[in-house]
Write a protein that binds this ligand. Sequence first.
Ligand SMILES: Nc1ncnc2c1ncn2[C@@H]1O[C@H](COP(=O)(O)OP(=O)(O)O)[C@@H](O)[C@H]1O
Ligand SMILES: [Mg+2]
Length: 248
Amino acid sequence: MSLLEARSVTRRFGGLTAVNAVDFRVETGEIVGLIGPNGAGKTTFFNLISGFLRPDEGDVLFDGHSILGHKPSDICKRGMTRTFQIVKPFPEMTVTDNVLVGAFNHHGDTGAALAKARSVIELVGLGPQAGKLGRELTVAGRKRVELAKALATEPKLMLLDEVMAGLTPSEVGAMIEVLGRVRDAGVTMVIVEHVMQVIMNLSDRIYVLHHGEAIAEGPPREIVANPRVMEAYLGESFVAEAGAEPAT
Ligand SMILES: Nc1ncnc2c1ncn2[C@@H]1O[C@H](COP(=O)(O)OP(=O)(O)O)[C@@H](O)[C@H]1O
Ligand SMILES: [Mg+2]
């Protein structure tokens, strides 16, 4: 049984079909990449599988049960959580308190929640900044807080929406290391990302969305050699970057 399975999921906005009959599955332990040009439907798809939007058609199964119509907070309690493309930590709260908000998802007890918050803050490398306020953080710091908040909910499956956006190349390298540690801690992930180095480094399998349709699925090496994928990205930076060997 797959950890997550989307069956022919469709969502329309007026006359626009943003996500069109997408089949998608994630097995426990995998890192699955979800890529596609701007406007392809990636964020909408995340919203559909995490309960923020309801599909017009299709079904979403998590851990073998349909989660259609469930609230995001219930889905989070079952073990699926997501980060947002736009990150907004509470500006007047410390890093620890921001992350604590996520930790209360599973722990009613403040001591246990605090212990959880501290451990995920260390995991994402924010230990030295734990006492800083949200508004004092750089973009890279805010992205790590977003990740730590999601991890503090103790997810089985974490959906990451462009956690590398706005980071410098060295910050991207550091974040790849962080995500490697998260994987080693046993968290299954779906990552939406424009930075090909990240997708190629981390993904076991990749899905490609284009105009709301899943046009390709497979391991990274197959995806970069797929003519339909190249065509979808013509005019974007993907072709040049994808030709490079993935760094190991
Ligand atoms: N709430 C909404 N109302 C109307 N159109 C939307 C809404 N959300 C997304 N869209 C449209 O759906 C398409 C897919 O958007 P999105 O999922 O954000 O793409 P991506 O994340 O791949 O860049 C775009 O054409 C976008 O304008
Ligand atoms: Mg998006």
